[in-house]
Design a protein around this ligand. Structure first.
Ligand code: HXC
Length: 515
């Protein structure tokens, strides 16, 4: 065939491929409430900015009749484009072609854009919608997955990686999103599990639906595998774009900034948030929203381990990461899930030069056999390690309780925080007054005529001496005790002062975080 004719044939095949696996299959996709791979890419990127790569790629398989079924692109659309003018690499699996299943050529296309993204320092966004390893290609498919997992790992901490799960994601396929920084799942149409309901039934006799086992709600509230659950594909794409507003292109760039000039930054409403009674809850998100630039809080992992709140915000025009104990949920106690959630967030922020702000109101670690047997020791240490290792600017505000090991863990000065403020309501001590007085005044209480009254008296005495921020500030562990209304002003100035911070970890191959 002449070159010209070959070219014309390819152009015709290209048009067919652009329609995915055909009109009927696209209709099926739409009926499930899903967009097609190309519709998703179009919605994600700035108008007309998508440059496709690898459109002519075909699989090379000869088995099970695959030699007669070749669709250009091999079930994944890959390339680059721009979001709000920023370079982005994207792959979007096409469920209408071989069920979006991943095989040799499909994987090679994904690897190609991942490598380009790393060399050019830009985020990779993966839109996942796939039946898993292409069964007809056998081990070659498995190899393709591993090639991707390897690149995910090498890219981790170099460029942001964001996964949207917009259809099936089962078996080993789950491990690529698991390594990426953020997972967004679409309710009702996506699921993730290592083994599906049928295998579960055979092995454990449990009856469970795909949605219950690995749907968006399950992974955002129970397992914590996913960070965001959204109603549909359109919201998923919007979520990705919003997330990108807060994060830089790569680990060499600073966190994003928007124009800001200092005004009167006093927030008097903050003076009335802490309840009179220190055992009463309040919502830390109210504090966060009053301190940051108006309406900029983007909460991550909202429905998982609600006793800690993490998310991005702008403060004085600069993107920061926030970690805050939540007294309105389990009294803000630290437990296994909250430690893991916060540790991963801290590491993301540190990897991408996003300064960290911590609000602390924590009564300690959650006691109990469940926590101890499931390794609160190792898991709590993750958060301690993550903060200790973080070299970005770090500021803590103790709003109320800072007790026990949790005082150390929550970005204390001792583990490298740069500035620590306390509100006058802060209680910084080894443990709460009730427990402490029971231990240290046990004999005195037991020998008194009225032990109950004595205990109360000793509790008050302990509170007066220890449950305040003054001892810590006299030691320099707290830089300043501030009226709550001053918090925003102090933080803006503090982060400005720290903007050129240079801090390095000791030379090493890598640390050994307690996993
Ligand atoms: C080849 C596949 C495929 C696969 C789907 N298809 N999955 N082809 N390999 N893994 C094809 C179907 O044959 C069908 O082709 C088309 O895609 C659409 O699939 P349907 O079954 O019609 O769609 P639906 O009813 O929506 O069901 C979707 C599904 C189901 C639940 C994902 O297709 C399914 O169970 N697929 C197999 C899932 C699986 O076991 N994958 C391997 C997991 S193990 P036609 O031409 O008929 O329309 C794994 C290991 C990875 O992934 C390990 C990495 C380390």
């Amino acid at each position: 065939m002449l070159n010209q004719e070959k070219f014309k044939l390819l152009e015709r095949k290209k048009e067919v491929a652009k329609q995915g696996g055909g009109k009927k299959r696209i209709e099926k996709q739409h009926k499930k409430g899903k967009l097609t791979a190309r519709e998703r890419v179009k919605l994600l990127l700035d108008k007309g900015s998508f440059q496709e790569l690898g459109m002519f790629v075909e699989h090379r398989s000869q088995d099970f009749g695959l030699d007669k079924q070749k669709i250009l692109g091999d079930g994944v659309v890959t390339g680059y484009g721009y979001i709000k003018g920023r370079l982005i690499y994207v792959f979007s699996q096409d469920f209408t072609v071989f069920g979006g299943s991943l095989a040799e050529a499909h994987a090679e296309k994904i690897v190609k854009i991942m490598e380009l993204a790393m060399k050019n320092g830009a985020p990779v966004i993966g839109l996942n919608d796939s039946g898993g390893a292409r069964i007809q290609e056998g081990v070659v498919s498995l190899g393709g997955y591993a090639d991707i997992f390897y690149r995910n790992t090498l890219a981790s901490g170099v460029i942001p990686q964001i996964s949207a799960i917009m259809g099936p994601c089962a078996g080993g396929a789950v491990y690529s999103p698991a390594i990426t920084d953020f997972n967004i799942m679409v309710k009702g149409s996506s699921y993730m599990f290592v083994t599906g309901p049928n295998v579960v039934k055979t092995v454990t006799n449990e009856e469970v639906t795909a949605e219950e086992l690995g749907g968006a709600d399950t992974h955002t509230s129970k397992s914590g595998v996913a960070h965001f659950s959204v109603a549909n594909d359109i919201e998923a794409i919007a979520g990705i774009k919003k997330l990108l507003d807060y994060i830089p292109q790569n680990c060499e760039e600073e966190s994003p900034v928007v124009p800001y000039s200092e005004k009167n930054e006093l927030v008097p409403e903050l003076n009335n948030i802490i309840p009179e009674n220190s055992t009463q809850p309040y919502d830390i998100k109210e504090v966060i929203n009053k301190v940051i630039d108006c309406d900029t809080f983007y909460e991550v992992h909202k429905d998982f381990a609600e006793n800690i709140v993490v998310g991005f915000a702008f403060l004085g025009g600069k993107s920061i990461g926030i970690v805050a104990n939540q007294p309105a949920f389990l009294a803000g106690v630290l437990d296994i899930n909250s430690s893991k959630k916060a540790a991963r967030f801290v590491r993301f922020c540190d990897a991408f030069n996003i300064p960290l702000l911590v609000f602390e109101d924590v009564p300690g670690f959650l006691p109990g056999t469940d926590q101890e047997w499931n390794a609160i020791i190792t898991n709590g240490a993750k958060l301690l390690y993550a903060f200790s290792e973080a070299t970005v600017p770090r500021i803590t505000v103790i709003t109320r309780k800072a007790y026990g090991g949790a005082y150390d863990v929550m970005n204390s000065k001792h583990i490298g925080a740069d500035l620590n403020f306390a509100w006058p309501s802060a209680e910084i001590a080894v443990m709460g007054a009730k427990g402490a007085s029971e231990i240290i005044f046990r004999k005195e209480i037991a020998s008194s005529k009225n032990p109950k009254e004595k205990h109360l008296e000793k509790e008050t005495e302990y509170n007066l001496i220890f449950a305040n921020p003054y001892i810590a500030s006299a030691r320099g562990y707290i830089d300043e005790i501030i009226k709550p209304e001053l918090t925003r002003k102090r933080l803006i100035r503090g982060f400005k002062m720290l903007e050129n911070k240079v801090d390095k970890l000791p030379r090493k191959k890598h640390g050994n975080i307690p996993l």
